[in-house]
Each structure stands twice: as C-alpha cells, then as structure tokens.
Write a protein that binds this ligand. Structure first.
Ligand SMILES: [Zn+2]
Length: 114
C-alpha cells in the first residue's frame, strides 16, 4: 500500500530527529499534504495505526495541513488553483501546465517528548 510506505518514511525521519535530541517519544507531528499528492486520508489513518506500532511514534498525534494545488500555464503564464492533476488553464484552455505546489508531502514540525 502506497500510504504505508509514506507512514514508514515519516516514522523513520521522526525517529531520527528523536534520537538526535535524545527524546523518549514523539508527541505530535504536523504533516503538510498537497491536494494533488494522491494521498488518501482514510488510507493514511489506517496505515498510521499499523506503521507506528512499536516505534517512538506509537502514541503520537498527527495533524494534516492541506496545501492547495497551484499551477502556471505554459502558454499564457497565468497562475491558478487546480483541483485535479490534469486540469487545463482556466484562461486559455492549455493543458501544458507546470505544477507549482500541491504534490508534496512533508513533515512540517515534530514535537518531542523528553
Ligand atoms: Zn493559459
């Protein structure tokens, strides 16, 4: 499952931070997830429960901050919000657009328990 490998990489990164700061556990973690990342929140929730077992994140809470999809048209250069990966430019209808934001999935901050 796609989401489980995402959770595992989050766990890995967070545990590395925890070790570095000699923390006992991770209390809270803020995630930034783009609307175009293709990540399903329900699947993520399920994967989270499986993925954090026996790790320093076992009791951690996580918050998801959604990031809007944003793109620039390669024809008329306008910038616009996109909801789907293959939306055309709303001004000229061009399909060749550059995604500026919204595909990312990253850790914003981690709160450690010492
Ligand atoms: Zn355009």
């Amino acid at each position: 499952m796609h989401e489980l490998s995402i959770v595992m990489s989050i766990v890995e990164a967070a545990e590395e931070q925890a070790m570095k700061h000699q923390a006992r556990a991770v209390e809270c973690i803020d995630l930034e997830i783009g609307n175009l990342s293709g990540i399903d929140e329900h699947a993520l929730e399920f994967a989270w429960e499986v993925g954090v077992k026996n790790t320093l994140l076992e009791k951690a809470h996580y918050n998801i901050n959604k990031v809007k999809g944003w793109a620039r048209c390669s024809n008329c250069d306008c910038e616009f919000e996109i909801k789907e990966l293959f939306d055309p430019c709303p001004l000229c209808g061009e399909y060749l657009i550059n995604i500026l934001r919204g595909k990312e999935m990253k850790i914003q901050s981690i709160t450690l328990l010492n």
